[in-house]
Ligand binder design. Sequence first.
Ligand code: HEC
Length: 145
Amino acid sequence: MKLKWLFAPLSLIIATTAFAHEDVKNPTVKARMMAMSNIAGQMKTLGGMAKGAVAFDLEQAKAALAEIEKTAKTVPALFKDNETDPKSEALPAIWSNYADFTAKSYAMTSAAANALTSFASQDDLVPSMQALGGSCKGCHSAYRK
Ligand code: HEC
């Protein structure tokens, strides 16, 4: 399938550690993991529509993007304190490069916001997901184990 190049790497981002936060003791770590899981869940909704596994629904797609934008805005604060947990995959580099981490988080927020400003049809799914997927990867490759 033509979209495979997009979905193969993306499903890795989305699925690798689904529910890894289940037995996390540190509430700060758990909160940030749950925010990430929420973002990944919205990406899954968009991906399902892009692949045709789920019928396209404009309002639902926009709601998913809006939820990503809203949650992305909370990421800098969720990661502000250098908290850890045996289950955490966050790298210590976050707290020695916090400004850069914040910038990478902002890239996700603006990818969602930009996608929303012009989102009008099914054709907008793939470019939106590409832009968002780039922002996930940009941060994970630097700051996630
Ligand atoms: C600004 C940096 C940053 C951005 C942008 C980012 N992530 Fe993350 N993500 C992290 C870090 C750091 C962790 C590890 C958190 C931990 O384990 O303490 C993480 C963890 C995750 C997890 C695992 C959650 C869990 O329950 O363990 C998923 C899933 C995830 N991210 C999906 C995404 C998706 C999808 C995107 C893009 C739409 C994204 N992330 C964008 C930094 C980021």
